[in-house]
Design a protein around this ligand. Structure first.
Ligand SMILES: Cc1cc2nc3c(=O)[nH]c(=O)nc-3n(C[C@H](O)[C@H](O)[C@H](O)COP(=O)(O)O)c2cc1C
Length: 179
């Protein structure tokens, strides 16, 4: 299973979580790490190159910090420009069919806040529905997400533990089969 992790963080220098996750991913050796803001500082996405990258992998993980209950803007632009008619969907648009898509997301809000009874009212799974729906639309399967919440109360120990958990997650996660 060839895995591509598309990292979208506009300020990696100031990042703690996504930076630590990338460092952990780099140790694996068999994972392609693609940092969108680094690849495209002018935000001008090379669509053909991105499509080739996706085609060369079986699984794509979108890793990002949650910004206003959404991925950072460049990832939305990536979806809008890369997932083209005739490539990802429509007649002969079968290049994403059978691939696996997943999300790794960090949030300021605590786990309790992302519940129907909590401050943010919606679960992370609900907030990520547009990506789940996109996966279905392009005939890919959607993986259970990986999260790190409550980043303002994060000890170095919990971050190290969570980064190791991220790799375990990638090594074991399977699409949810609806019966
Ligand atoms: C513009 C912006 C919007 C944000 N919106 C949210 C949000 O909607 N929910 C949330 O829990 N955290 C939000 N945050 C906090 C980030 O998700 C948090 O700082 C990030 O996940 C930490 O990861 P990092 O250490 O890799 O930067 C926001 C941060 C910024 C800068």
């Amino acid at each position: 299973m060839k895995t591509l992790v598309i990292v979208t963080h506009p300020n990696m220098e100031a990042s703690r979580v996504n930076k630590a996750w990338v460092e952990e991913l780099k140790k694996q050796g068999d994972i392609t790490i693609h940092e969108l803001y680094k690849a495209y500082p002018d935000e001008n996405i090379d669509v053909a190159k991105e499509q080739q990258l996706v085609e060369a992998h079986d699984r794509v993980i979108f890793q990002f910090p949650l910004f206003w209950y959404s991925p950072p803007a460049l990832l939305k632009k990536w979806f809008d420009s890369v997932l083209q008619y005739g490539w990802a969907f429509g007649p002969e648009g079968d290049k994403t069919a059978g691939k696996q898509l997943g999300v790794a997301v960090s949030t300021y809000g605590s786990e309790e806040s992302y519940q129907s009874t909590g401050f943010n009212q919606f679960t992370i799974q609900e907030i990520l529905r547009p990506i789940e729906a996109t996966a279905k639309f392009i005939s890919a399967s959607y993986l259970p997400h990986f999260t790190l919440n409550d980043v303002s109360n994060l000890t170095d120990e919990r971050l190290a533990q969570n980064s190791a958990d991220y790799i375990r997650h990638l090594n074991s996660v399977k699409p949810v089969v609806n019966v």
